[in-house]
Write a protein that binds this ligand. Structure first.
Ligand SMILES: CC(=O)[C@@H](O)[C@H](O)COP(=O)(O)O
Length: 255
């Protein structure tokens, strides 16, 4: 079970809903992924206007937990305004805090992220901040009382995979809230690696929406995350410098 604040989920894959070739393919991919949490940018949708086309039309919304994000915000105040808008729409009381500090790399602004998280916690939101892989920032966010931390594997949409596994493992090691690796996942093996490192879940978007076959990739990601989690629970063998025979060598008959 993945527990975020008062909510519990069977799936450890969170799927972003941006950039799919069509709403039909998006729906099929969502089905294949078996994701229970879907993220979306509040500023990309007219959430109060039912006649506007958006991805929610295609989905049985009651089956999913919607996780709005504050994409487009570059200050804490903007993020808070977007979060309030999402809450007022009645979609969810969870919010993914995304405060971008640099529009070329789309890396999050650590100070504004911290500030926004504090303000949103005070307003009673379930707060999931998207952060860099900075270990101390993750610690400070945890001390604030956020409900999950979402460190990036690499820049959003870059597909570079996990560029700093050591930092991620430090964040995971010290965590008392779920760690959801978010952004930059390019392939199923990246997702498996995140889970093997001990992440509680993975959020990804571009790797699925931009794949040649998004539906097949959604399934691959689901299986990769399950495999990584199972591998972690099973416990990998330690790496050794030299070989050791797979079959016992004692009692070999002479030839
Ligand atoms: C922080 C952010 O916006 C990411 O959640 C993004 O939605 C997913 O990143 P990828 O598209 O790189 O998977």
């Amino acid at each position: 079970m993945l527990k975020i604040g008062p909510y519990e989920f069977n799936s450890r894959l969170l799927l972003g809903t941006g950039k799919f070739p069509s709403f039909e393919i998006q729906k099929e991919a969502v089905d294949a992924s078996e994701a229970q949490i879907l993220t979306f940018a509040v500023r990309r949708m007219d959430i109060f206007e039912a006649t506007q086309p958006n991805f929610l039309e295609m989905l049985d919304v009651s089956k999913y937990t919607l996780l709005p994000n504050t994409a487009g915000a570059s200050t804490a105040e903007e993020a808070v305004r977007i979060a309030r808008l999402a809450k007022a729409s009645g979609l969810c009381d969870m919010i993914k805090v995304e405060v971008i500090g640099d529009w070329k790399t789309l890396l999050p602004d650590p100070l504004e992220t911290l500030k926004a998280s504090e303000m949103l916690l005070e307003e009673g939101f379930i707060v999931l901040p998207y952060t860099s892989d900075d270990v101390l920032l993750a610690k400070r966010l945890q001390e604030l009382g956020v409900h999950a931390i979402m460190p990036g594997a690499s820049p959003i949409g870059s597909g570079q995979g996990i560029i700093n596994p050591l930092n991620l493992s430090f964040i995971i090691e010290q965590a008392s809230v779920p760690i959801i690796v978010d952004a930059g996942i390019g392939s199923p093996s990246d997702a498996t690696f995140a889970m093997e490192l001990g992440a509680d879940a993975v959020l990804l978007n571009t790797a699925v929406s931009g794949a040649r076959d998004p539906v097949k990739m959604a399934l691959a990601m689901k299986l990769a995350i399950e495999a990584g989690r199972l591998g972690l629970e099973a416990g990998r063998i330690p790496k050794k410098r030299y070989a050791s025979a797979s079959s016992p060598t004692e009692g070999w008959s002479s030839i």
